[in-house]
Design a binder for this molecule. Structure first.
Ligand code: PLP
Length: 399
């Protein structure tokens, strides 16, 4: 008998609830059950398409044989477009930008260059689990700070400040938030910028949904509030430009050269070590950022109608309560149940074929239960799926 190949212990606690739930869904699907997948934030799985002019730019690049490796930071045309786009958001004279294989790689590289084993980064709770997974892999701590459901999921800043210690290196701000759809008040964003300056921390400003603020509120980038604050601004093509499968994102570092110089050199080393991001698709970045944005109005219109439908059905059921999402395409309803939301979701999938993600996969206040629902599906799919959830909930044991 050969000795089993042992995986590294740093992988032991890595989890990503959004995809982990698919294992249960696959088992249900194998029984012949018709399934409705409301677990993954992928617009292209529904009636959203990458705008034609953006697709054409990537295809043209591939046809023109721009299929070589590209520069490690990104192609110059893409970097110029990113810089112009950031300038339009009020981010002036940033120190460095680079293109990554999705925002995910940008986050991975910038966390890897920042944290030592045993250090911590404050992450929103609930929040997007990639940050936790990467920090766990780095043997660092994803330290949750709570978002307050009673105040439309705004961060509880007293709670956040109390959690900073000498091993804290950064704060993650996801605005609009995944999984709650919350959009943060300007005072909250300003206070976080001040805090990072006062405490010499890096603010990870995840703005991947910045064009998907649903109710006409202007978006404010933290880096635009203070050019000297140490901020990483994160964005990409996945959500605003409806191209998640292209795996293209970017990061822009702002602050002072004196404070950020050494950190940025470390980021550049990691950027070079992985060669480059997808090359031909990068030719589509300037076209996306400075071309026609007609798709956004249509996307927001659909999302508002779908959000309102989901809210109406879910909030009509006593025991389910959902704060109205103001951005992105996620809702995070609270459920009064006995037991855990993990069990609830498993039973829901088995009984109805509707796939959502347990709230605990994103973090939640102890003693509360939630699930995350993606409201990208058209009304004729979303409505019946929400009705099934309500019907299943009515028969589920309560506390
Ligand atoms: N950041 C947040 C808050 C997300 O919700 C997601 C994906 O759902 C990502 C980053 C990943 O972005 P990308 O597809 O560019 O890797």
């Amino acid at each position: 008998m050969k000795k089993p190949i042992k995986p590294a212990s740093r992988t032991r606690n890595v989890a990503y609830a959004v995809r982990d739930v698919v294992v249960i869904a696959d088992e249900a699907a194998a029984t012949g059950m018709p399934m409705t997948y409301l677990n993954i934030g992928d617009p292209n799985k529904f009636d959203f398409c990458t705008p034609a002019h953006i697709v054409e730019a990537a295809c043209r690049a591939a046809r023109d044989n721009q299929n070589s490796y590209g520069p490690s930071d990104g192609i110059p045309e893409a970097l110029t477009a990113i810089r112009d786009n950031q300038a339009a958001k009020g981010i002036v004279d940033p120190l460095y930008s680079f293109v990554g294989t999705g925002a995910t790689e940008v986050i991975d590289i910038c966390l890897t260059a920042l944290v030592e084993k045993g250090e911590n980064v404050l992450v929103p709770c609930p929040g997007y689990p990639t940050y936790d997974a990467i920090l766990t892999k780095l043997e660092a701590e994803a330290r949750p700070y709570f978002l307050d459901e009673e105040r439309s999921w705004q961060p509880d800043l007293d709670d956040l400040v109390a959690r900073i210690d000498e091993k804290t290196r950064g704060i993650v701000l996801i605005n609009p938030n995944n999984p709650t759809g919350a959009y943060y008040d300007l005072e909250v964003v300003s206070r976080l910028v001040e805090l990072t300056r006062e405490r010499d921390l890096v603010l990870f400003s995840d703005e991947i949904y910045d064009r998907l603020v649903l109710d006409d509120r202007p978006f404010v980038s933290p880096a635009s509030l203070d050019p000297d604050a140490p901020v990483l601004t994160i964005n990409g093509l996945s959500k605003n430009y409806l191209a998640p499968g292209w795996r293209l994102g970017w990061g822009t570092l702002s602050g002072t050269e004196a404070q950020m110089g050494e950190y940025i050199e470390a980021i550049k080393k990691l950027v070079r070590a992985r060669l480059c991001a997808n090359h031909p698709e990068q030719l589509a970045i300037p076209v996306a950022l400075s071309g026609d944005h007609g798709h956004l109005a249509e996307t927001r219109r659909k999302l508002i109608a779908r959000r309102d439908l989901a809210m109406e059905i879910l909030n009509s059921c006593p025991g389910i309560s959902c704060v109205k999402p103001e951005g992105a395409f996620y809702a995070f309803p609270r459920i009064e149940i006995s037991g855990s939301d993990r069990d609830f979701v498993r039973e829901l999938i088995r009984a109805t074929g509707v796939v959502v993600v347990p709230g605990s996969g994103f973090g939640e206040k102890p003693g509360t239960n939630h699930f995350r629902l993606v409201f990208l599906a058209p009304e004729d799919i979303l409505g019946p799926a929400c009705e099934k959830i309500v019907e299943f909930y009515r028969g589920y044991p309560r506390r």
